[in-house]
Design a protein around this ligand. Structure first.
Ligand code: RP5
Length: 168
């Protein structure tokens, strides 16, 4: 099956922090195309990937990078597909550098950017799935089911907490 979502990362050193992205996509039945491509170290290959992405069937591009994180912006400059940036929480600046480099795009070339660390990599997957869900009813239903499951779990936790507080 042709991948609808690609996950690009600037270095294989990013991958351990992107496993939740891949796992979440798979839970929704999406097998992503996953590549290491760098705006700085493989600029030509990165641009070629972006330029040919739509005709290869891709619909959403996720771009993770740390430090001087230009990958999402450069990819967005070479395609009109939606691009979601995932700033990586690298030392020594902890990801603030990557966040600003990814989110502060000039007008005309948008990059939707998720949070640094924490739920960011997972939310990137969910946001990509929501984009697919805007025209794919089956995906929209899966996303609604996911929200309902999450709601039920939180309410159960709340109930357990109330019980613990009452007995303490
Ligand atoms: C960025 O440089 C990558 O996305 C990575 O987060 C960072 C460091 O890369 P390595 O030196 O670990 O390959 O382009």
């Amino acid at each position: 099956m042709t991948a609808r979502i690609a996950l690009l990362m600037g270095s294989d050193s990013d991958f351990p922090r992107l496993e939740s992205t891949v796992q979440t996509l798979r839970e929704f039945g999406e097998e992503p195309e996953v590549r290491v491509l760098s705006a700085h170290r493989t600029p030509e290959e990165a641009c070629e990937f972006a330029s040919s992405a739509r005709k290869r069937g891709l619909q959403v591009l996720l771009c993770a990078a740390g430090g001087a994180a230009h990958l999402a912006g450069v990819i967005a400059a070479h395609t009109s597909l939606p691009v979601i940036g995932i700033p990586m929480d690298n030392p020594p600046l902890g990801g603030l550098d990557a966040l600003l480099a990814t989110v502060q795009m000039p007008g005309g070339i948008p990059v939707g950017t998720v949070g640094v660390g924490g739920g960011g990599p997972k939310n990137a997957a969910l946001l990509a799935l929501r984009i697919l869900g805007s025209s794919d009813k089956e995906m929209a239903q899966k996303l609604d089911d996911f929200r309902e499951t999450q709601r039920t779990r939180v309410l159960e936790k709340d109930s357990q907490l109330q019980g613990r507080l009452q007995s303490s």
